[in-house]
Design a protein around this ligand. Structure first.
Ligand code: ZN
Length: 347
């Protein structure tokens, strides 16, 4: 039946570069497609296709393929032969995995729509989709995203709404062209500091997560829209912190000493440190106390500062003040803090 429909579509169509066979209850992709190597656009959405036929591999000129709302269970291996493909729609299937090699030939793909499937993970191979600018994987079961995804240098839109993400990798900072980032309804508790490096980011939606505080420099983002409803954001309520003595580990004491001597350009240590790459690596992770200006390594007090949202941000109603994370070096400095810095009660 599908073959007949195809013939009819070819005869009836004015443009032989486009075939539309959507909503025809097709179970099997017509194999005669292989006789149309110049085909540019193929619409097969809203059918009952559970497998892609091998003949589709002949469509090396195809630029748009829509297989949305079918019964596929994987991103088919045959995709790797569709080397001209620019837009691939696979939404509304039952996809729970990528066939091995599926991403291999998709060097020109700019849009991939995998919304409404059953993916629990994305393969590292997505890093091979070098031209990708738009990726949406809304309404799946993703528990994490692969770091390789953060190296798609042209990606400008990333939609991951309604998944089970608990964190976002720090490497997100490498998505230099990202403009739109949607993370609605996940289980994210902390946004990575790297997000503050996304200079092009203009729309960020984190509604429905578990975020209490934002990384330092977050308010410097040039957002136009920011939505954060239904997050347990810190509100401006002073908490009484216990004024304990600080107990530091030997490593912390030593590294603070070394880091602060280095900051003062201590001649002997400055020379000596050249011979200890591991120590250099360790102290490169140093943080600077905003109160005393000194460096510390791994023991700190987490505080929160509330800043008004930048005027250019279009924001959700629940956000009166943006709670920003501030790390300080000691209780000594905590006791010297200015009145708009609040301690966070340790639960
Ligand atoms: Zn300090």
């Amino acid at each position: 039946m599908a073959e007949k429909l195809l013939l009819r579509a070819i005869k009836g169509g004015k443009n032989t570069h486009i075939i539309t066979l959507s909503g025809k209850k097709i179970i099997k992709i017509p194999s005669t497609l292989e006789k149309l190597p110049d085909l540019k656009t193929l619409y097969l959405q809203n059918n009952l296709i559970s497998k892609v036929c091998p003949e589709i591999s002949a469509l090396t000129q195809l630029t748009i393929l829509n297989l949305g709302n079918n019964l596929l269970e994987e991103v088919p291996e045959e995709m790797k032969y569709l080397t001209s493909l620019k837009k691939l729609h696979l939404f509304g299937n039952r996809i729970c995995r990528f066939a091995s090699g599926a991403c291999d030939g998709l060097q020109n793909l700019i849009l991939l729509n995998l919304n409404d499937n059953h993916l629990t993970w994305l393969p590292q191979d997505v890093g091979r989709l070098k031209s990708l600018t738009h990726l949406s994987v809304n309404c799946n079961e993703l528990a994490s995203i692969p770091i390789e995804l953060c190296f798609l240098k042209d990606l400008c839109e990333l939609q991951l709404n309604y998944n089970q993400l608990t964190c976002i990798p720090e490497e997100i900072k490498f998505l230099k062209k990202l403009q739109k980032f949607l993370l609605v309804r996940n289980y994210i508790e902390v946004l990575p500091e790297g997000i503050c490096n996304l200079k092009k980011l203009s729309i960020l939606d984190i509604a429905g997560n578990n975020i209490q505080i934002f990384p330092p420099r977050f308010h410097n983002l040039k957002l136009t829209e920011f939505y954060c409803e239904e997050n347990p954001l810190f509100l401006k309520q002073p908490t009484v912190a216990l004024q304990q003595e600080d107990i530091w580990s030997l490593q912390e004491i030593t590294s603070r000493y070394v880091m602060n001597q280095l900051a003062g350009k201590h001649p002997f240590l400055t020379r000596a440190i050249e011979h200890y790459p591991e120590v250099r690596n360790l102290i490169s992770q140093a943080k600077k106390c905003p109160i005393c200006g000194k460096f510390f390594l791994s023991i700190w007090l987490e505080c929160v500062r509330f800043v008004p949202p930048p005027k250019k941000w279009k924001i959700s109603r629940n956000l009166q003040l943006v709670p920003l994370q501030v790390l300080i070096c000691s209780y000594k400095c905590f006791n010297r803090r200015d009145p708009d810095l609040f301690g966070i009660a340790q639960v």
